[in-house]
Design a binder for this molecule. Structure first.
Ligand code: ZN
Length: 504
């Protein structure tokens, strides 16, 4: 009985009801449930368990603030939880960390202190995300570089918390790694120096088995040049030395036998690293046989770089390559001067401004424009870069879909296979003009993923835009609050809407 504490009788009644409800569910007959009902029970139960984890955070905060562990002679709050709940050390550590990040703590005067991750905390309390999501957000936020402003930190946390509501914790960590690159946008001089210093490729001593170890770090430009080479030459089925019948050379050449490639891909048992290795062999062979080295000219490689006009004007930030790599803007501009990459520049509204390229790529303009606009697979949460996608109709032919760029977008093969009319199938459509992201491809999840079937767009390849838009919104709101505060407390006269000059 919880009779010793103020308000204990209310909590006592709730715990009793909770216990009775769960006992009831344990006894209920669930054997004849339909697929839909199984989904609904699991989802609602999960929501309750997630909310319950927030209650756990509150109790952990209470135990720490009330020094319960010390009172009972435990060495730490973790020890206290391990002993009292018979949980593993890892579980205890995650719960305590969760409480520190999303719990509401109290100042000396007893007033609430905003949680360290406020948006994440709100999502846990709503039951939308669980402890692993919290750990993923915390893991990303821990890596925010020093010197990033308070505004950026707040906005990044909000973006992660929003994303957490529709992706798995694993995907959230990947997305976060990408977001971090945008948080340190200046390609600051010390970083560039540091990168230059650390670059290197070590070719080790040949072993008795005749294999040679290599290790090292390649800079963003080298990666941007390497990725399209691998995307072409390392495709499953291509250039397989174990398979004499596998097609050789370039996956996009006209003479390539598509049917033979599909069959070779099905037979291909190499791992991704083995395919990279074989692709490098082919690339080196081609360089040597092309005579390019003799004439000291650059490699005939096309890297696709996308940037906004603001980035070009300010020469800050990072740009995305079609293969998902990130290149600091100064490196990208230098690469573009050499005229090897395709450079797509967007105006302030995300409309293509300039599509420059070193050599004509026959009938590829539509694909290029899509790569530049969508950046990769459009299914929410998918991080497949543009090089792993194909162009698909958003509205299929049988439903009257037209072949023009407004009805086409990028999807990787795995995601495209999810779009169908059967149970569990996704639907795609072009977002209406009044939608939050007009013109983007919306994916409508099946009910077992989202009972409300709310359309979603993939933010994974648009993190830079998302961050700058959220930041502008955040700053405008804070500025308005500040003005209101001054007006009220400093008795300044209210300003008309146009007068936003600096207040001294
Ligand atoms: Zn995908």
């Amino acid at each position: 009985m919880l009779s010793n504490s103020v308000g204990g009788e209310f909590v006592e009644a709730r715990l009793t009801a909770l216990d009775e409800a769960v006992d009831g569910l344990l006894g209920d007959d669930l054997t004849a449930f339909s697929h839909d009902d199984i989904v609904e029970v699991l989802q609602r139960l999960e929501t309750s368990l997630r909310k319950a984890s927030a209650v756990g955070h509150r109790m952990t905060v209470a135990a720490v603030e009330g020094r319960t562990a010390e009172h009972l002679g435990c060495r730490s709050i973790n020890d206290f939880l391990i002993g009292t709940l018979r949980i593993s050390a890892a579980d205890a550590a995650q719960r305590v960390k969760g409480a520190r990040k999303v719990g509401t703590w109290h100042a000396f005067g007893g007033e609430d202190v905003e949680p360290e991750l406020p948006a994440t905390a709100a999502a846990v309390r709503a039951g939308a995300i669980g402890p692993d999501h919290v750990a993923a957000v915390a893991k990303v936020m821990r890596k925010v570089p020093h010197g990033v402003g308070f505004d950026e930190i707040a906005v990044a946390e909000r973006i992660l918390a929003d994303a957490a509501c529709s992706v798995t914790p694993d995907d959230l960590v990947k997305l976060g790694a990408h977001l971090l690159a945008y948080l340190n946008p200046d390609g600051d001089v010390p970083d560039e120096k540091e990168r230059k210093r650390r670059r290197g490729l070590r070719i080790g001593k040949q072993g008795t088995d005749l294999m040679t170890p290599i290790s090292g770090l390649i800079d963003p430009e080298t990666r941007a040049l390497l990725e399209p080479v691998l995307a072409k030459l390392a495709r499953p089925g291509m250039n397989n030395p174990d398979d004499p019948a596998s097609p050789r050379g370039d996956v996009e050449s006209e003479s390539l036998d598509r049917d033979a490639l599909a069959k070779a891909a099905a037979r291909d048992t190499r791992t991704a690293v083995q395919r990279n290795h074989d692709a490098l062999t082919v690339a080196l062979r081609q360089i040597l046989s092309s005579g390019a080295l003799g004439s000291h000219r650059g490699l005939p490689v096309t890297a696709i770089l996308t940037m906004t006009v603001t980035q070009v004007e300010e020469a800050t930030g990072v740009v995305t390559t079609a293969s998902g790599g990130l290149v600091p803007i100064r490196d990208a501009l230098r690469m573009a001067e050499a005229a090897h990459p395709v450079l797509a520049i967007f105006d302030h509204h995300g409309r293509p401004l300039h599509l420059g390229r070193a050599r004509r790529l026959a009938s590829a303009d539509q694909r290029l424009a899509l790569i530049a606009a969508s950046g990769g697979c459009t299914r929410p949460g998918c991080d497949a870069p543009a090089t792993l996608t194909a162009v698909h109709h958003i509205t299929e032919w049988r439903d009257g879909g037209r072949t023009d760029i407004t009805n086409e977008d990028l999807a990787c093969d795995a995601c495209h296979a999810l779009v169908h009319d059967g149970p569990g199938g996704w639907e795609t459509r072009v977002a209406a003009a009044d939608a939050e992201y007009p013109g983007r491809t919306e994916w409508i999840p099946p009910p077992h993923i989202d009972p409300e079937q709310k359309p979603r767009v993939n933010q994974r390849h648009h993190l830079g835009d998302l961050l700058s838009a959220a930041l502008a919104h955040y700053r405008a709101r804070r500025e308005a609050e500040l003005r209101e505060h001054r007006r009220r407390w400093l008795r300044e006269p209210a300003r008309d809407a146009g007068g936003d000059s600096d207040v001294p």
